[in-house]
Design a protein around this ligand. Sequence first.
Ligand code: F6R
Length: 613
Amino acid sequence: MCGIIGYVGGREAVPILIKGLEHLEYRGYDSAGIACLSPDCSGFFVCKEQGKIGELKARLNGVPTQANSGIGHTRWATHGAPSKTNAHPHLGQNGRVAVVHNGIIENYAELKSELKRKGCCFKSDTDTEVAAHLIESYYHGDLGGAMRRAAARIQGFFAFVAMAKAEPNRVCALKRSNPLVVGVGKGENFVASDVSALLPYTNKVMYLEDDEFVELTRECVNVSRLKDGKPVRKQIATVSWKAEEASKGDFPHFMLKEIFEQPAVLRRTLQTYVKKTGGIAFDTLDRKVKDHVKRTGKIFVVSCGTAYHAGLVGRYLFEAYARVPTEAHVSSEFRYSDPIISKNDTAVFITQSGETADTLAALREAKRKGARTLAIVNVAGSTIAREADAVVYTLAGPEIGVASTKAYLGQLLTLALFALYVGGLRKRLSQSAIRGFTREASKLPDKVREILGTSESVDSAAGALFTKGNFLFLGRGYNFPNALEGALKLKEISYAHAHGYAAGEMKHGPIALIDETQPVVCLVPKGTKTYTKMLSNMEEILARRGIIISIATKGDRAVQRLSRHVFWIPDTLEIFSPILTAVPLQLFAYKIATLNHRDVDQPRNLAKSVTVE
Ligand code: F6R
């Protein structure tokens, strides 16, 4: 989704804007642009390009701007095709105001007709240009005042950053629903869609709330309420992530780097939530939340995409170990299904970014209906982390690759520990049983490392199958969600069609697909309740000459006999098995995508942080 950066300070603005945009690339975009102002007020220098930031950089090469302030944008098209003309920033009618925007202006058609009647000429097909003309039409020397008046007319959700030609040392921004973070520097200040764009410059940040307005100069950051200008006192938070964590290092892609970071993510999660005694503690939860969870009548787990697959595993976990009736929902369906929720229920929202619009809307709906809300979030300070009643952080660090990998493993382990913890609170599990589980969990980082060190079988299977256009993934129980996840990973980065299915359902339809050309990935770790049933399903595939690729426990001859390719994983308890089976699935998708020369980190049409519904 669109990425925004704004800068005001004493340094040359263009390289800062470009670097900020590069750190926002992972959000997904189709064009990019900047506008900056030099102190002589001679007018905006605007440069935009369709395609990658590299194209924009090439156009800027050697152009002297001497600007110390500016705004920049990466666009993910909503209104109007991806093109240079539709790229942001957009200027008002007389070039006195420049605007970048993330979000959707729902009443843009009505505003556009009104502005056209007043003589505005539109150059682009975007809703954002409407905001630029509107702000300029209200501009009489005070950018803040003009933005407030414009915001009062705009329906929808948005984050705007704007500058006025006559005020070169001032950048103003406001937001409703879409994220904006202020970066506080020394003699310079920043605003951006997320902290990753700020990390190269500062780790001191202020998270803006909805309907807040901020004015940045070199020396000051003033936040006020949008509606009446009343000053708001904000806390400055310190971000613990390092700029290096958000860089690729020696890896060819962020996705591969993040897959290899997974042992460290699991270790950090264990160090944070498992005590030296082997018990589990979630210290960020206060007594009220713990009491509520202890008595809760029902749990709703709500999330999107990969996080939804973690939610499905969560459902099995909460039912099995905490004995709480649990439903898992896709956020976009949950919100509109008029869910039957009571005050006694707990709604758990899982999200890497903490900004996914559907999940945020679902959270607000659950709160409106009186449920206690808990967010399992990776990005500290994100909107969902701030709005939920309680937060449990996944400790994956910045995830830049669009395809979620390390955040998913972090979610799976955090959910497993949390379900065991709730089981303990509700006296469904003894502390010694919990210690048994955490003893096994402590071995997971090394087990994942072992899988990463023996991935030749994944390479050879991918080499044999990368031209196939259709894959089926089958699993049961705790590994059924991973069949969905394996298929999602493959399709989103390789563009091959892939379908995940509950293996027991195969005979009710998908078996018709099986012939000697059909690859079927079977998740069949040993020691699960459904192991023998999985073997029977594999026999059925083999009888129809399907190509079986299995993920199996080391040394499992029965599986090996049925399979063309096997990805071995170490033995573990059933509840942790998805943490291990996910890893070869990620590597398989990665390998197939790279053999097909796909843009693994930024697959077409996708965005990392989906801030529109
Ligand atoms: C797939 C992927 C997406 C996200 C989904 C939710 O690899 O990354 O399916 O999982 O968009 O995003 P978050 O977790 O940020 O709410």
